[in-house]
Design a protein around this ligand. Structure first.
Ligand code: PLP
Length: 456
């Protein structure tokens, strides 16, 4: 492991001077954590402090840190062929496309990009061009849910349902509509969860009808809303949305950027619901974050409309780096690791354990709700259990800070709207050991119990 400690202060000065961080204030009082190494579920900072990374970086290091085989797969491919565009072809691209179709357990054709945002942008363009070529040229609008995050590029941000992420960047692309998310915890009084879930699905149908079905291209949704607060729908919601889309000729895009690659305890999140999406987008866990790569999987029947179209005959979308051969070779090795180590099943097991240990906190006065999906967990913090008034930003930040000072990194939902940023999130590597889990659960429980005593 390289030792950067002699240059520590100089590096921090240069960081402040030259490096523009994402999602962090430019004049942050506390310097960023400079991470220098990772192994398994643990990262080490420049001062030698170790942390259990229960967020897998930004929800992506599914196979864990420090996998030499992944580095070697990329290295060997870089020596053999570092780059060629996929307007032609290369072997790792072919092999990975086949493998992804196998993982999806259905008949899909794969288009590669570099990030989750790009995968969603490609999905929107494919949906719109498909309808054009299918004799339905008016279908251009995309429906998504409030609180969902779909990316930072203009189209993906327009699809995102988190208002304050858009402030100062509007106007974004037109033709994006938003509907109510299935947030069962905050459903209206007197409604059962099932009634509320069906009401939310119904709102999609009403939007389609009010906007005119012949103007709607697609609905995009994650299997569960992850970054927006771990909102897990009921089966009836998912079934109804699929049925509505089919009946109105609207394509269903499922964003598996976080839920994919074993995170849900199945290969893809939508497998848990028996969903049959028209388009599936994926990124993050595809390479466990080791290199940038994303994919848009498109049902063959949709692809065939592109092939048979006389006017264009292709998807008119340029992407220089999408499907880089080294990234594809690394992704293939990553999927091999997930398969060989049984990490999809392990995620289900670990998720069940995490949920059951956290259940012990249900009676805690700050804990309003605990929601899980595979090896993802969200704990919604409230100031008042009866009124469900969200916990203050200070309380939420305080808990995250106390966990960090004890060597545990946890996250928070990405909603920037006040009152909707009170969900603590957990998304540890699927390779986490039993000892990692012991540490995570014991540390978090202790931090929460200390809130009651007023001791950090
Ligand atoms: N979709 C979801 C569900 C995400 O969580 C994210 C990023 O966090 C994206 C899309 C965008 O991915 P990227 O940041 O790789 O562009």
């Amino acid at each position: 492991m390289p030792d950067f400690s002699p240059e520590r202060d100089e590096l921090l000065d240069k960081d402040k001077k030259y490096l523009w961080h994402s999602m962090a204030p430019c004049n942050a009082a506390i310097p960023p954590m400079v991470v220098t190494a990772g192994a398994g579920s643990w990262i080490t900072d420049i001062d030698g402090n170790r942390y259990l990374d229960a967020m897998s970086g930004l929800w992506c290091v599914n196979a864990g840190y420090g996998r030499k085989e992944l580095a070697e797969a990329a290295y060997e491919q870089l020596l053999a062929l570092p780059y060629y565009p996929l307007s032609q072809s290369h072997v790792p691209g072919i092999q990975l496309a086949e493998k992804l179709s196998e993982w999806l357990e259905d008949d899909y054709v794969i288009f590669f990009s570099n990030s989750g945002s790009e995968a969603n942008e490609a999905a929107f363009k494919i949906a719109r061009q498909y309808h054009q070529q299918n004799g339905d040229p008016g279908r251009h609008k995309i429906i998504s849910r409030y609180r969902a995050y779909h990316g930072g590029s203009t189209g993906a941000l327009a699809a995102t349902g988190q208002a304050q992420r858009k402030f100062k960047y509007e106007s974004l692309g037109g033709g994006f509509l938003h509907v109510r998310p299935p947030d069962s915890y905050r459903r209206p009084d007197g409604m059962t969860e099932e009634q509320f879930n069906l009401l939310c699905a119904q709102e999609i149908e009403e939007t389609i009808v009010w906007e005119a079905a012949e103007s709607i291209a697609a609905v995009i949704m994650e299997p569960v809303i992850t970054g927006g607060g771990m909102l897990v729908p009921q089966q009836c919601y998912v079934d109804r949305v699929q049925e509505i889309c089919k009946r109105h000729g609207v394509l269903l895009i499922v964003d598996e950027v976080i839920c994919g690659f074993g995170r849900s305890g199945r290969k893809f999140g939508h497998h848990n619901f028996g969903l049959k999406p028209d388009i599936v987008t994926m990124a993050k866990g595809l390479t466990s974050g080791y290199l940038p790569l994303s994919a848009t999987a498109v049902r063959r029947t949709i692809y065939e409309r592109f092939a048979s179209d006389g006017e264009y005959g292709h998807f008119r979308h340029v992407n220089t780096f999408g499907g880089n051969p080294a990234a594809c070779a690394l992704a293939l090795k990553n999927l091999e690791i997930l398969e060989q180590e049984g990490l999809v099943d392990r995620a289900r097991e670990l998720g069940a354990r995490l949920e059951s240990e956290m259940r012990g906190l249900r009676a805690h006065p700050l804990v309003g709700d605990i929601r899980s999906f595979g090896f993802l967990l969200g704990i919604e913090l409230v100031a008042d259990k009866a009124t469900k008034q969200p916990a203050s930003a200070e309380t939420v930040k305080g808990i995250i800070g106390q966990c960090k000072s004890r060597g545990l990194i946890i996250g928070r939902n990405g909603d920037t709207v006040a009152g909707y940023n009170n969900v603590l999130t957990f998304c540890p590597p699927l390779s986490s050991t039993d000892e990692d889990m012991n540490f995570l659960c014991a540390t978090f429980t202790d931090v929460m119990n200390n809130q009651l005593k007023g001791t950090p």
